[in-house]
Design a binder for this molecule. Structure first.
Ligand code: DAH
Length: 347
């Protein structure tokens, strides 16, 4: 006949280290102790029953203790900052719960990388600027109608000059600062070569092709003997790297106050190459007007204390959202800021 104390001690030991401690409450040894009640001498049965119940209560207490201890252990091992591990497959942190880099930022990185390899420094713009950087430094005379092409948002408060601050409508606002910052390079016989990939703002009616907030990349290159051929070659090389294929480019005369001459720069459609009359990207035209560029106006150089008789330079400004839309065949610019996970997860 099994003895209550020896069975209890064995089960207590098991419960204290078991992964499933509650199993001891259903163990055959415990069942056998209950089964043998019938064969106990009736004068001792009541005493046996009491001792058996006490033993079971003790066992239940230890099982509960062990369960509490295991919960503490598992709580301590969940590190919510740990990256998802495919091998352990932790169900508390599925890979879909992790964020990813926004497609526009991924492309800003690629654009910066290409220009970086061509020797351009990467500069940052700002989200609030003043009228001097937006207009005067870029050779927009006061009250010139060209200012109307850059309709953006302004603050109600005025700056120290009594003028409203501006959410920059283009990255060209950084030309003056960049020229000043790297002017010393010219004196050392090195070129100024910088790009500014950053956010810009326009007071636009938002539709599939227009956003009030988007990205541009500004390019600035100044040295001795810089000419328009270098500008075109630089842009062509950049676009061919970005789209990973040979492209035709075309320049048409245009007007910007801060370049002379100014051009509108078009590339052959990277989607259909002009072969598809129904192409959604180029509307069957085969060409896409992509960006504005030109030779930096002598007045812009003079503003930054660079002598235009000694140095010349080119500049360009290109919308990044459009580059990306063409690369991936994205039909609506509003997807970028929509927060739609179905869209974002494709990148
Ligand atoms: N800032 C112009 C725009 O947003 C684009 C541009 C044109 C930039 C000519 C330049 C440039 O640097 O030289 O419309």
């Amino acid at each position: 006949m099994a003895d209550i104390d020896s069975v209890l001690n064995k089960l207590l030991d098991e419960a204290r280290s078991a992964d499933e401690p509650a199993a001891v409450l259903k163990s055959p040894e415990l069942k056998a102790l209950y089964k043998q009640i019938g064969s106990i001498d009736p004068t001792e049965r009541a005493d046996y029953g009491r001792r058996l119940n006490d033993a079971k209560t003790e066992l239940e207490r230890v099982v509960a203790e062990r369960l509490a201890e295991m919960t503490d252990e598992s709580v301590a091992t969940i590190d919510i900052t740990a990256p998802f591990d495919k091998n352990s497959g932790r169900p508390d942190l599925l890979p879909t719960d992790q964020g990813s880099i926004h497609p526009l930022m991924q492309e800003v990185e690629k654009v910066s990388d290409i220009f970086g390899r061509m020797g351009f420094q990467i500069e940052q713009s700002r989200e609030l600027d003043d009228q001097f950087h937006m207009f005067e430094s870029l050779n927009f005379p006061k009250d010139h109608p060209a200012r109307d092409d850059y309709d953006t948002f302004m603050t109600k408060e005025a700056d120290a000059n009594g003028e409203a601050l501006i959410a920059p409508a283009h990255t060209s606002t950084m030309q003056y600062r960049t020229l000043k910052k790297y002017k010393h390079k010219l004196e050392n016989g090195e070129p100024i070569a910088a790009i500014v990939p950053d956010r810009v703002f326009r007071n636009e009616d938002v539709d599939a092709r227009h956003e009030h907030t988007f990205y541009q990349v500004e390019g600035i290159y100044v040295s001795r003997g810089v000419n328009a051929g270098m500008l075109i070659a630089t842009l062509q090389k950049f676009l061919e790297e970005y789209y990973g294929k040979k492209l035709e480019v075309r320049v048409n005369p245009f007007y910007f106050p801060f370049t002379e001459p100014s051009f509108e720069f078009a590339l052959s459609c990277p989607f259909c190459g002009g072969q598809n009359t129904d192409c959604k990207v180029c509307s069957g035209e085969g060409w896409i007007e992509l960006l504005g560029c030109g030779m930096i106006h002598p007045n812009v150089l003079k503003h930054a204390d660079i002598d235009p008789n000694e140095y010349t330079g080119f500049a360009f400004g290109c919308g990044i959202d459009r580059l990306v839309m063409m690369k991936y065949g994205i039909e609506d610019v509003r997807h970028f800021h929509s927060g739609k996970l179905d869209f974002l997860k494709q990148f």
